[in-house]
Ligand binder design. Structure first.
Ligand SMILES: Cc1ncc(COP(=O)(O)O)c(C=O)c1O
Ligand SMILES: N[C@@H](CCOP(=O)(O)O)C(=O)O
Length: 462
Protein backbone atom coordinates (compact mmCIF):
# COMPACT_ATOMS: atom_id res chain seq x y z
CA UNK A 1 0.00 0.00 0.00
CA UNK A 2 1.46 3.34 -1.11
CA UNK A 3 0.42 6.84 -0.11
CA UNK A 4 0.45 9.81 -2.49
CA UNK A 5 0.16 13.55 -1.91
CA UNK A 6 -2.91 15.57 -2.89
CA UNK A 7 -0.54 18.04 -4.59
CA UNK A 8 1.19 15.32 -6.63
CA UNK A 9 4.77 16.47 -6.07
CA UNK A 10 5.96 14.55 -2.99
CA UNK A 11 7.52 11.09 -2.79
CA UNK A 12 5.19 8.10 -2.43
CA UNK A 13 5.44 6.66 1.07
CA UNK A 14 4.46 3.52 2.97
CA UNK A 15 1.81 3.69 5.71
CA UNK A 16 4.44 3.99 8.43
CA UNK A 17 6.44 6.64 6.59
CA UNK A 18 3.31 8.67 5.87
CA UNK A 19 2.25 8.35 9.51
CA UNK A 20 5.60 9.58 10.82
CA UNK A 21 5.92 12.37 8.22
CA UNK A 22 2.61 14.20 8.67
CA UNK A 23 2.25 16.82 5.95
CA UNK A 24 3.68 15.89 2.54
CA UNK A 25 6.75 17.88 1.56
CA UNK A 26 4.84 19.59 -1.28
CA UNK A 27 2.36 20.97 1.29
CA UNK A 28 -0.30 18.36 0.44
CA UNK A 29 -1.96 15.62 2.45
CA UNK A 30 -1.24 11.94 2.06
CA UNK A 31 -4.01 9.64 0.79
CA UNK A 32 -3.89 5.96 -0.23
CA UNK A 33 -2.96 5.48 -3.88
CA UNK A 34 -5.89 3.07 -4.09
CA UNK A 35 -8.82 2.50 -1.76
CA UNK A 36 -9.05 -1.13 -0.58
CA UNK A 37 -12.47 -2.68 -1.14
CA UNK A 38 -14.67 -4.64 1.25
CA UNK A 39 -17.19 -6.95 -0.43
CA UNK A 40 -20.75 -7.42 0.84
CA UNK A 41 -19.60 -10.71 2.38
CA UNK A 42 -16.65 -8.99 4.12
CA UNK A 43 -19.03 -6.38 5.54
CA UNK A 44 -21.65 -8.94 6.60
CA UNK A 45 -18.91 -10.89 8.40
CA UNK A 46 -18.34 -7.94 10.76
CA UNK A 47 -21.71 -8.60 12.42
CA UNK A 48 -21.24 -9.82 15.98
CA UNK A 49 -17.49 -9.06 16.09
CA UNK A 50 -15.98 -6.95 18.85
CA UNK A 51 -15.03 -3.36 17.98
CA UNK A 52 -11.37 -4.40 18.04
CA UNK A 53 -11.90 -7.30 15.63
CA UNK A 54 -13.80 -5.03 13.21
CA UNK A 55 -11.06 -2.42 13.54
CA UNK A 56 -8.44 -4.98 12.53
CA UNK A 57 -10.37 -6.11 9.44
CA UNK A 58 -11.25 -2.60 8.26
CA UNK A 59 -7.80 -1.05 8.76
CA UNK A 60 -5.48 -3.96 7.95
CA UNK A 61 -5.39 -3.48 4.14
CA UNK A 62 -4.28 0.16 4.55
CA UNK A 63 -1.33 -0.70 6.76
CA UNK A 64 0.56 -2.95 4.32
CA UNK A 65 3.72 -4.52 5.70
CA UNK A 66 4.49 -1.65 8.09
CA UNK A 67 3.20 -3.77 11.02
CA UNK A 68 2.78 -7.52 11.34
CA UNK A 69 -0.72 -8.94 11.88
CA UNK A 70 0.25 -9.85 15.41
CA UNK A 71 1.64 -6.48 16.43
CA UNK A 72 -1.19 -4.58 14.72
CA UNK A 73 -3.76 -6.72 16.57
CA UNK A 74 -1.98 -6.14 19.91
CA UNK A 75 -1.80 -2.40 19.26
CA UNK A 76 -5.54 -2.24 18.56
CA UNK A 77 -6.29 -4.19 21.72
CA UNK A 78 -4.18 -1.83 23.85
CA UNK A 79 -5.64 1.27 22.18
CA UNK A 80 -9.25 0.56 23.15
CA UNK A 81 -8.72 -1.23 26.48
CA UNK A 82 -9.13 2.01 28.44
CA UNK A 83 -12.51 2.97 26.95
CA UNK A 84 -15.37 3.26 29.40
CA UNK A 85 -17.92 1.31 27.35
CA UNK A 86 -17.69 -2.33 26.26
CA UNK A 87 -19.07 -1.52 22.79
CA UNK A 88 -16.50 1.35 22.48
CA UNK A 89 -18.90 3.21 20.14
CA UNK A 90 -22.45 2.40 21.27
CA UNK A 91 -25.56 3.42 19.33
CA UNK A 92 -28.58 4.83 21.12
CA UNK A 93 -31.93 5.53 19.50
CA UNK A 94 -33.07 9.16 19.51
CA UNK A 95 -36.24 8.90 17.43
CA UNK A 96 -37.70 6.44 14.92
CA UNK A 97 -34.88 5.72 12.48
CA UNK A 98 -32.56 8.34 14.05
CA UNK A 99 -29.63 7.05 16.09
CA UNK A 100 -26.81 8.67 18.03
CA UNK A 101 -23.33 7.14 17.77
CA UNK A 102 -21.69 7.87 21.11
CA UNK A 103 -18.01 8.48 20.44
CA UNK A 104 -17.15 9.98 23.81
CA UNK A 105 -16.32 7.00 26.00
CA UNK A 106 -12.54 7.27 25.56
CA UNK A 107 -10.10 8.73 28.09
CA UNK A 108 -10.59 12.41 27.12
CA UNK A 109 -14.31 12.19 26.37
CA UNK A 110 -14.24 13.03 22.65
CA UNK A 111 -14.15 11.08 19.37
CA UNK A 112 -10.48 12.03 18.95
CA UNK A 113 -9.54 9.24 21.36
CA UNK A 114 -10.49 6.59 18.77
CA UNK A 115 -7.64 7.67 16.55
CA UNK A 116 -5.24 9.18 19.05
CA UNK A 117 -5.12 6.16 21.36
CA UNK A 118 -4.30 4.04 18.34
CA UNK A 119 -1.63 6.27 16.85
CA UNK A 120 0.01 6.72 20.24
CA UNK A 121 0.62 2.97 20.21
CA UNK A 122 1.60 2.92 16.51
CA UNK A 123 4.15 5.73 17.02
CA UNK A 124 5.63 4.05 20.10
CA UNK A 125 6.06 0.73 18.29
CA UNK A 126 7.49 2.30 15.11
CA UNK A 127 9.88 4.69 16.90
CA UNK A 128 11.20 1.94 19.15
CA UNK A 129 11.92 -0.31 16.15
CA UNK A 130 13.61 2.53 14.26
CA UNK A 131 15.49 3.91 17.28
CA UNK A 132 14.19 7.42 16.48
CA UNK A 133 12.58 10.24 18.41
CA UNK A 134 10.20 12.93 17.11
CA UNK A 135 8.75 16.30 18.06
CA UNK A 136 5.00 16.28 17.68
CA UNK A 137 3.38 19.66 17.16
CA UNK A 138 -0.40 19.76 17.07
CA UNK A 139 -3.01 22.47 16.54
CA UNK A 140 -6.27 22.21 18.40
CA UNK A 141 -9.59 23.87 18.94
CA UNK A 142 -9.79 21.83 22.14
CA UNK A 143 -10.24 18.10 21.65
CA UNK A 144 -7.37 16.98 19.41
CA UNK A 145 -4.92 18.56 21.86
CA UNK A 146 -6.23 16.85 24.97
CA UNK A 147 -6.48 13.49 23.19
CA UNK A 148 -2.92 13.85 21.84
CA UNK A 149 -1.51 14.76 25.23
CA UNK A 150 -3.27 11.80 26.82
CA UNK A 151 -1.94 9.43 24.16
CA UNK A 152 1.68 10.66 24.16
CA UNK A 153 2.30 11.85 27.75
CA UNK A 154 5.37 10.26 29.30
CA UNK A 155 6.60 8.53 26.10
CA UNK A 156 10.41 8.61 25.92
CA UNK A 157 10.69 9.05 22.16
CA UNK A 158 8.29 11.99 21.83
CA UNK A 159 7.99 15.63 22.85
CA UNK A 160 4.49 16.97 22.29
CA UNK A 161 3.66 20.66 21.79
CA UNK A 162 0.01 21.66 21.47
CA UNK A 163 -1.03 25.04 20.07
CA UNK A 164 -4.50 26.09 21.22
CA UNK A 165 -6.29 29.41 20.73
CA UNK A 166 -6.01 31.46 23.91
CA UNK A 167 -9.41 31.96 25.57
CA UNK A 168 -11.30 30.00 22.91
CA UNK A 169 -11.50 26.49 24.35
CA UNK A 170 -13.72 25.32 27.21
CA UNK A 171 -12.25 25.23 30.72
CA UNK A 172 -12.39 21.42 30.80
CA UNK A 173 -10.55 21.22 27.45
CA UNK A 174 -7.92 23.71 28.64
CA UNK A 175 -7.33 21.89 31.90
CA UNK A 176 -7.04 18.55 30.13
CA UNK A 177 -4.13 20.09 28.20
CA UNK A 178 -2.49 22.14 30.93
CA UNK A 179 -2.63 19.82 33.95
CA UNK A 180 -0.58 16.78 32.85
CA UNK A 181 2.73 16.99 34.73
CA UNK A 182 4.92 14.94 32.37
CA UNK A 183 7.99 16.83 31.16
CA UNK A 184 7.41 15.86 27.49
CA UNK A 185 4.06 17.74 27.39
CA UNK A 186 3.97 21.43 26.42
CA UNK A 187 0.69 23.36 26.19
CA UNK A 188 1.01 26.62 24.24
CA UNK A 189 -1.81 29.20 24.31
CA UNK A 190 -1.60 31.15 21.03
CA UNK A 191 -2.87 34.69 20.58
CA UNK A 192 -5.15 33.81 17.67
CA UNK A 193 -7.87 31.41 16.59
CA UNK A 194 -7.68 27.75 15.60
CA UNK A 195 -7.09 28.60 11.93
CA UNK A 196 -4.02 30.59 13.01
CA UNK A 197 -2.74 27.60 15.04
CA UNK A 198 -3.27 25.23 12.10
CA UNK A 199 -1.66 27.68 9.66
CA UNK A 200 1.45 28.04 11.87
CA UNK A 201 1.65 24.25 12.16
CA UNK A 202 1.58 23.88 8.37
CA UNK A 203 4.17 26.68 8.10
CA UNK A 204 6.46 24.62 10.38
CA UNK A 205 6.05 21.58 8.14
CA UNK A 206 6.84 23.71 5.09
CA UNK A 207 9.96 25.20 6.75
CA UNK A 208 12.29 22.28 6.04
CA UNK A 209 15.24 23.50 8.15
CA UNK A 210 13.06 23.49 11.24
CA UNK A 211 11.09 20.39 10.23
CA UNK A 212 14.21 18.30 9.76
CA UNK A 213 16.12 19.73 12.73
CA UNK A 214 13.44 18.85 15.28
CA UNK A 215 12.20 15.77 13.35
CA UNK A 216 8.70 17.23 13.21
CA UNK A 217 5.69 14.89 13.28
CA UNK A 218 1.99 15.67 13.26
CA UNK A 219 -1.04 14.08 14.89
CA UNK A 220 -3.71 16.34 13.51
CA UNK A 221 -5.91 14.82 10.83
CA UNK A 222 -3.13 15.95 8.48
CA UNK A 223 -1.93 12.48 9.47
CA UNK A 224 -3.64 9.78 7.41
CA UNK A 225 -3.57 7.33 10.34
CA UNK A 226 -5.95 9.66 12.21
CA UNK A 227 -8.51 9.48 9.41
CA UNK A 228 -8.10 5.72 9.00
CA UNK A 229 -8.89 4.95 12.65
CA UNK A 230 -12.12 6.91 12.32
CA UNK A 231 -13.32 4.81 9.36
CA UNK A 232 -13.96 1.86 11.69
CA UNK A 233 -16.98 3.22 13.55
CA UNK A 234 -18.82 3.92 10.32
CA UNK A 235 -18.61 0.21 9.58
CA UNK A 236 -19.41 -1.01 13.11
CA UNK A 237 -22.48 1.24 13.45
CA UNK A 238 -23.84 0.61 9.94
CA UNK A 239 -23.46 -3.15 10.38
CA UNK A 240 -25.33 -3.06 13.66
CA UNK A 241 -28.25 -1.41 11.81
CA UNK A 242 -28.31 -4.01 9.02
CA UNK A 243 -25.55 -3.15 6.52
CA UNK A 244 -24.75 -4.35 3.92
CA UNK A 245 -28.44 -5.25 3.37
CA UNK A 246 -29.67 -1.85 4.50
CA UNK A 247 -28.29 1.56 3.53
CA UNK A 248 -27.71 4.13 6.26
CA UNK A 249 -26.92 7.85 6.26
CA UNK A 250 -24.64 9.76 8.62
CA UNK A 251 -24.70 13.33 9.90
CA UNK A 252 -21.35 14.53 11.17
CA UNK A 253 -20.65 17.70 13.19
CA UNK A 254 -17.86 19.09 11.06
CA UNK A 255 -14.95 21.48 11.39
CA UNK A 256 -11.70 20.25 9.89
CA UNK A 257 -13.54 17.67 7.71
CA UNK A 258 -11.53 14.71 9.07
CA UNK A 259 -14.38 12.79 10.65
CA UNK A 260 -16.78 13.03 7.73
CA UNK A 261 -13.95 12.29 5.31
CA UNK A 262 -13.49 9.00 7.19
CA UNK A 263 -17.16 8.27 6.39
CA UNK A 264 -16.51 9.02 2.74
CA UNK A 265 -13.61 6.53 2.78
CA UNK A 266 -15.92 3.90 4.33
CA UNK A 267 -18.34 4.52 1.45
CA UNK A 268 -15.57 4.25 -1.13
CA UNK A 269 -14.51 0.95 0.46
CA UNK A 270 -17.99 -0.43 -0.25
CA UNK A 271 -20.08 0.39 2.82
CA UNK A 272 -23.60 1.19 1.57
CA UNK A 273 -23.93 4.78 2.80
CA UNK A 274 -26.69 6.86 1.28
CA UNK A 275 -25.91 10.45 2.36
CA UNK A 276 -23.07 12.01 4.34
CA UNK A 277 -24.42 15.21 5.87
CA UNK A 278 -21.97 17.95 6.89
CA UNK A 279 -23.29 19.80 9.95
CA UNK A 280 -21.60 23.13 10.73
CA UNK A 281 -22.09 25.77 13.37
CA UNK A 282 -22.05 29.48 12.47
CA UNK A 283 -18.53 29.00 11.07
CA UNK A 284 -20.03 27.54 7.94
CA UNK A 285 -17.51 27.69 5.10
CA UNK A 286 -18.29 24.08 4.16
CA UNK A 287 -22.05 24.61 4.07
CA UNK A 288 -21.58 27.76 1.99
CA UNK A 289 -19.27 25.90 -0.36
CA UNK A 290 -21.59 22.91 -0.84
CA UNK A 291 -24.48 25.33 -1.44
CA UNK A 292 -22.77 27.76 -3.83
CA UNK A 293 -19.44 26.28 -4.95
CA UNK A 294 -17.56 29.21 -3.40
CA UNK A 295 -14.94 28.16 -0.83
CA UNK A 296 -13.99 31.45 0.76
CA UNK A 297 -12.62 32.17 4.24
CA UNK A 298 -14.82 34.20 6.55
CA UNK A 299 -14.00 35.54 10.00
CA UNK A 300 -14.02 32.90 12.74
CA UNK A 301 -16.74 33.59 15.32
CA UNK A 302 -16.45 32.09 18.81
CA UNK A 303 -19.39 29.76 19.43
CA UNK A 304 -20.78 27.40 22.07
CA UNK A 305 -19.39 24.51 19.98
CA UNK A 306 -15.79 25.82 20.04
CA UNK A 307 -14.14 22.72 18.60
CA UNK A 308 -15.88 23.50 15.30
CA UNK A 309 -14.83 27.16 15.17
CA UNK A 310 -12.88 26.56 11.99
CA UNK A 311 -13.02 28.33 8.63
CA UNK A 312 -10.19 26.55 6.82
CA UNK A 313 -11.08 22.87 6.77
CA UNK A 314 -7.84 21.01 6.27
CA UNK A 315 -9.23 17.68 5.01
CA UNK A 316 -11.51 19.26 2.45
CA UNK A 317 -8.37 19.18 0.31
CA UNK A 318 -8.57 15.37 0.34
CA UNK A 319 -12.20 15.44 -0.86
CA UNK A 320 -11.34 17.99 -3.56
CA UNK A 321 -8.48 15.77 -4.73
CA UNK A 322 -10.99 13.03 -5.59
CA UNK A 323 -13.56 15.50 -6.94
CA UNK A 324 -10.87 16.81 -9.34
CA UNK A 325 -10.02 13.26 -10.50
CA UNK A 326 -6.87 13.21 -8.39
CA UNK A 327 -5.25 16.07 -10.30
CA UNK A 328 -2.54 17.30 -7.91
CA UNK A 329 -1.74 20.37 -10.01
CA UNK A 330 -5.34 21.54 -9.89
CA UNK A 331 -5.38 21.11 -6.11
CA UNK A 332 -2.07 23.00 -5.73
CA UNK A 333 -3.59 25.88 -7.70
CA UNK A 334 -6.77 25.93 -5.60
CA UNK A 335 -4.73 25.98 -2.40
CA UNK A 336 -2.68 28.91 -3.75
CA UNK A 337 -5.98 30.73 -4.38
CA UNK A 338 -7.12 29.87 -0.85
CA UNK A 339 -4.00 31.67 0.37
CA UNK A 340 -5.45 34.79 -1.33
CA UNK A 341 -8.89 34.27 0.29
CA UNK A 342 -10.74 31.51 -1.54
CA UNK A 343 -11.69 29.79 -4.79
CA UNK A 344 -14.62 28.55 -6.84
CA UNK A 345 -15.06 24.80 -7.14
CA UNK A 346 -15.61 23.78 -10.78
CA UNK A 347 -19.13 22.64 -11.70
CA UNK A 348 -17.96 19.07 -12.37
CA UNK A 349 -16.16 18.80 -9.04
CA UNK A 350 -19.09 20.33 -7.17
CA UNK A 351 -21.43 17.80 -8.74
CA UNK A 352 -19.11 14.98 -7.64
CA UNK A 353 -19.01 16.32 -4.07
CA UNK A 354 -22.80 16.59 -4.02
CA UNK A 355 -23.10 12.92 -5.08
CA UNK A 356 -21.92 12.07 -1.55
CA UNK A 357 -22.39 15.08 0.69
CA UNK A 358 -25.28 17.25 1.85
CA UNK A 359 -24.80 20.11 4.27
CA UNK A 360 -26.59 22.22 6.84
CA UNK A 361 -25.87 24.77 9.53
CA UNK A 362 -27.14 25.32 13.05
CA UNK A 363 -27.21 28.76 14.68
CA UNK A 364 -26.35 29.25 18.34
CA UNK A 365 -30.05 29.52 19.26
CA UNK A 366 -30.89 26.35 17.31
CA UNK A 367 -28.06 24.49 19.03
CA UNK A 368 -29.30 25.49 22.49
CA UNK A 369 -32.89 24.59 21.55
CA UNK A 370 -31.78 21.16 20.30
CA UNK A 371 -29.94 20.44 23.58
CA UNK A 372 -33.07 21.45 25.51
CA UNK A 373 -35.39 19.36 23.33
CA UNK A 374 -33.21 16.23 23.45
CA UNK A 375 -33.05 16.50 27.24
CA UNK A 376 -36.81 16.97 27.54
CA UNK A 377 -38.08 14.41 25.07
CA UNK A 378 -35.41 11.69 25.18
CA UNK A 379 -33.60 12.35 28.46
CA UNK A 380 -30.38 12.59 26.40
CA UNK A 381 -27.81 15.27 27.26
CA UNK A 382 -26.04 16.38 24.09
CA UNK A 383 -22.80 18.33 23.87
CA UNK A 384 -23.18 21.44 21.68
CA UNK A 385 -21.29 19.84 18.75
CA UNK A 386 -23.51 16.77 18.80
CA UNK A 387 -26.54 19.08 19.03
CA UNK A 388 -25.44 20.83 15.83
CA UNK A 389 -25.41 17.37 14.25
CA UNK A 390 -28.83 16.37 15.56
CA UNK A 391 -30.42 19.65 14.40
CA UNK A 392 -29.03 19.31 10.86
CA UNK A 393 -29.82 15.57 10.74
CA UNK A 394 -33.47 16.24 11.58
CA UNK A 395 -33.67 18.60 8.60
CA UNK A 396 -32.04 16.16 6.19
CA UNK A 397 -33.27 12.76 7.14
CA UNK A 398 -35.36 10.61 4.92
CA UNK A 399 -37.78 8.52 7.01
CA UNK A 400 -36.99 5.35 5.04
CA UNK A 401 -33.23 5.36 5.71
CA UNK A 402 -31.72 5.10 9.19
CA UNK A 403 -29.80 8.26 10.07
CA UNK A 404 -26.82 8.00 12.42
CA UNK A 405 -25.65 11.26 13.98
CA UNK A 406 -22.16 11.24 15.44
CA UNK A 407 -22.08 12.39 19.09
CA UNK A 408 -18.54 13.69 19.09
CA UNK A 409 -17.98 14.80 22.68
CA UNK A 410 -19.28 14.23 26.19
CA UNK A 411 -21.58 17.02 27.45
CA UNK A 412 -19.38 17.44 30.55
CA UNK A 413 -16.65 19.00 28.39
CA UNK A 414 -19.00 21.96 27.79
CA UNK A 415 -20.96 22.25 31.04
CA UNK A 416 -21.81 25.96 30.76
CA UNK A 417 -23.56 25.69 27.39
CA UNK A 418 -25.30 22.45 28.32
CA UNK A 419 -26.56 23.88 31.61
CA UNK A 420 -27.71 27.08 29.93
CA UNK A 421 -29.74 25.06 27.45
CA UNK A 422 -31.08 22.26 29.60
CA UNK A 423 -30.91 23.45 33.20
CA UNK A 424 -28.75 20.41 34.01
CA UNK A 425 -25.00 20.69 34.67
CA UNK A 426 -23.29 17.54 33.44
CA UNK A 427 -20.62 16.15 35.76
CA UNK A 428 -17.23 14.76 34.84
CA UNK A 429 -16.59 11.04 35.35
CA UNK A 430 -15.14 10.13 38.78
CA UNK A 431 -11.62 9.58 37.41
CA UNK A 432 -11.51 13.27 36.39
CA UNK A 433 -13.32 14.65 39.41
CA UNK A 434 -10.27 16.63 40.66
CA UNK A 435 -9.56 18.27 37.26
CA UNK A 436 -10.42 21.73 38.61
CA UNK A 437 -7.97 21.37 41.50
CA UNK A 438 -4.93 20.24 39.50
CA UNK A 439 -2.10 22.77 38.87
CA UNK A 440 -1.94 24.19 35.34
CA UNK A 441 1.22 24.60 33.24
CA UNK A 442 0.90 26.66 30.06
CA UNK A 443 2.95 29.16 28.05
CA UNK A 444 1.27 32.07 26.27
CA UNK A 445 2.82 32.57 22.82
CA UNK A 446 2.30 35.04 19.95
CA UNK A 447 0.84 33.97 16.62
CA UNK A 448 4.27 34.15 15.05
CA UNK A 449 6.18 31.36 13.30
CA UNK A 450 9.69 32.43 14.32
CA UNK A 451 8.71 32.86 17.99
CA UNK A 452 7.01 29.46 18.05
CA UNK A 453 9.94 27.71 16.42
CA UNK A 454 12.41 29.32 18.81
CA UNK A 455 10.31 28.28 21.79
CA UNK A 456 10.09 24.67 20.58
CA UNK A 457 13.82 24.45 19.77
CA UNK A 458 14.72 25.82 23.22
CA UNK A 459 12.39 23.43 25.03
CA UNK A 460 13.65 20.31 23.30
CA UNK A 461 17.27 21.39 23.84
CA UNK A 462 16.77 21.87 27.60
C1 LIG B 1 -16.36 17.66 19.64
C2 LIG B 1 -16.02 17.86 18.20
N1 LIG B 1 -16.99 17.70 17.29
C3 LIG B 1 -16.73 17.86 15.98
C4 LIG B 1 -15.49 18.21 15.53
C5 LIG B 1 -15.27 18.35 14.06
O1 LIG B 1 -14.56 17.25 13.57
P1 LIG B 1 -13.68 17.38 12.25
O2 LIG B 1 -12.68 18.43 12.53
O3 LIG B 1 -13.08 16.05 12.05
O4 LIG B 1 -14.61 17.81 11.17
C6 LIG B 1 -14.46 18.40 16.44
C7 LIG B 1 -13.08 18.78 16.05
O5 LIG B 1 -12.48 18.25 15.24
C8 LIG B 1 -14.72 18.17 17.81
O6 LIG B 1 -13.74 18.27 18.70
N1 LIG C 1 -11.72 20.22 16.35
C1 LIG C 1 -10.36 19.84 16.36
C2 LIG C 1 -9.56 20.63 15.37
C3 LIG C 1 -8.35 19.87 14.89
O1 LIG C 1 -8.82 18.78 14.20
P1 LIG C 1 -7.99 17.59 13.61
O2 LIG C 1 -8.97 16.50 13.51
O3 LIG C 1 -7.44 18.05 12.34
O4 LIG C 1 -6.87 17.24 14.53
C4 LIG C 1 -9.84 19.90 17.77
O5 LIG C 1 -10.59 19.60 18.67
O6 LIG C 1 -8.71 20.25 18.01
Amino acid sequence: MKYISTRGRAPELSFEEAMLSGLARDGGLYVPAEIPQMSRADIAALAGLSYEESAFRVMRPFVGDSFTDESFGDIIARAYAGFGHGARAPLVQLAPNHFLLELFHGPTLAFKDFAMQLIGQLFEDALKRRGERVTIVGATSGDTGSAAIEAFRGLDAVDVFILFPYGRVSEVQRRQMTTPAEANVHALAVDGNFDDCQARLKDMFNHFDFRDAVRLAGVNSINWARVLAQVVYYFSSAVSLGAPDRKVSFTVPTGNFGDIFAGYIAKRMGLPIDRLVIATNQNDILHRCLSSGDYRKGDVHASISPSMDIEVSSNFERALFDAYDRDGNAIGQLMDELGQGGFNVSQGALQRLREHFDSGRASEAETLATIAAARKTMGELLCPHSAVGVKVAEEHRDPATPMITLATAHPAKFPDAVEKASGQRPGLPQRMADLYERAERVTRVPNDLAALETHIREKIAS
